[in-house]
Design a binder for this molecule. Structure first.
Ligand SMILES: [Zn+2]
Length: 406
């Protein structure tokens, strides 16, 4: 049991070395680093008794046949952000492989097949468009996605081609909902709640919905020395008001998080009054009504700020993803599995998006979070313990068994 957990930890280290940046972890969609990661993952899936293939969009899929026609989907993503940690994504893939390996070593077949997915793109590092891998499965991959370009001008279509897929056949990757038993993803928590409660794992009840906007204030650039204060139309001061308003609003609403993560100032010189300021806005809540209401209030605030400061403002809606409820059936099974592993079942919501969001359009989804040190993620300091990984493997194995008994 701990041997499997240790193997998962070692495998996370091996995958961490598959990077396009020396000395740090950066593994984008359809990259050479991803190709090297696939060589490892392919072998681990094969050794766990799975039939392995790569689909057109570039997901690696390992199938462990069962006695019946239905399939349980497990997995997570193998791509990363820039200068990433080693567990966000890979841990979920490797825990799923470990659970299958345990079945294989015991020579057991379940009433259903298990398919483990190592998704091609969850973080959106290369193309800024998240979930390319799982969207292909769910039939949400649109033709426009193929034309997106990376920083070097390479389109998604040609990236897919050089990775060995056929961009014209993405539709073939699509799964049919019929005969799917559900999708269960193990992932690091990326937050501090489990650590604070002293729990190795937690069961996700819902994934927060997310709204993203780009807000651009436009005023007038001018000389920092000659334009008097009362004659200025400074775009950055308006943006600064917004940044603080976003923070103030988020702290008064329970369960809400809102962030300005990007601020671009034009022309961006020390002696020039900013003529334009563009900021991002990200609003998340597990209740879509709350999220929409708050987002609208913040955008109204941006318009009011622009009016008062005699600026113009443009708002662009970048994306809007509704909250996803995890299936009560899978949540209950995970809770039973956690209890059977002599741990305390505990439910929490996920503030981060996951492939499970997209998979929820296909089938029931469930997620198991693993405690991570300090709640740190998207950072090389990401850390989990071997003991907690052992619990996650046990819980996922038990969950699979319970599903087989239904
Ligand atoms: Zn992730």
């Amino acid at each position: 049991m701990t041997d499997l957990a240790r193997a998962v930890m070692e495998r996370c280290d091996l995958l961490a070395a598959c990077s396009e940046d020396p000395g740090r972890i950066t593994r984008p969609f359809a990259s050479d680093a991803m190709r090297r990661a696939h060589v490892y993952a392919h072998e681990w899936m094969r050794r766990a008794g799975m039939h392995v293939r790569r689909d057109n969009v570039g997901n690696l899929r390992g199938r462990y046949e069962g006695e019946g026609p239905s399939t349980l989907l497990l997995g997570s993503h193998l791509d990363s952000v820039r200068d990433a940690g080693r567990y966000d994504g890979p841990l979920g893939v490797l825990v799923a492989i470990a659970a299958v390996q345990r079945l294989h070593e015991a020579n057991r077949r379940l009433p259903f097949a298990i398919e483990v997915f190592a998704f091609a793109d969850e973080e959106g590092l290369r193309y800024g468009s998240t979930y390319l891998g799982s969207r292909a499965l769910a039939g949400q991959f649109v033709v426009g996605d193929l034309a997106l370009t990376d920083a070097e001008g390479i389109t998604v279509a040609s990236a897919i081609e050089s990775f060995g897929g056929d961009p014209a056949r993405i539709e073939d990757d699509r799964l049919q909902s019929v005969d799917l038993l559900g999708y269960c993803e193990v992932h690091i928590e990326q937050g501090p709640i489990l650590e604070a409660r002293g729990l190795p794992v937690g069961i996700v009840s819902a994934i927060a919905g997310q709204s993203r906007f780009e807000i651009v204030f436009s005023g007038e650039a001018g000389h920092a020395g000659t334009v008097p204060m009362d004659r200025r139309r400074d775009a950055l001061t308006a943006a600064a008001e917004m940044v603080l308003a976003v923070e103030a609003t988020a702290t008064t609403e329970k369960g809400l998080v809102a962030t300005v993560g990007k601020l671009e100032v034009e022309p961006g010189a020390a002696n020039v009054i900013p003529g334009q300021a563009a900021l991002s806005l990200d609003v998340r809540h597990a209740d879509d009504g709350v999220r929409t209401r708050v987002a609208e209030a913040l955008l109204a605030r941006a318009r009011e700020t622009a009016r008062r400061r005699k600026l113009s403002v443009e708002v662009r809606a970048v994306s809007s993803n509704p909250a996803v409820r995890c299936s009560p059936r899978l949540v209950n099974l995970l809770a039973q599995a956690v209890k059977d592993c002599r741990q305390q079942p505990f439910e929490l919501t996920s503030g981060a998006g996951h492939d499970a969001v997209v998979m929820s359009s296909l089938t029931d989804v469930g997620m198991l979070f693993v405690r991570c040190k300090g709640g740190v993620s998207h950072n090389p300091a990401e850390s989990v313990t071997t003991a907690d990984v052992g619990v996650a493997i046990d819980v996922l194995s038990r969950f699979v068994d319970l599903l087989g008994q239904q």
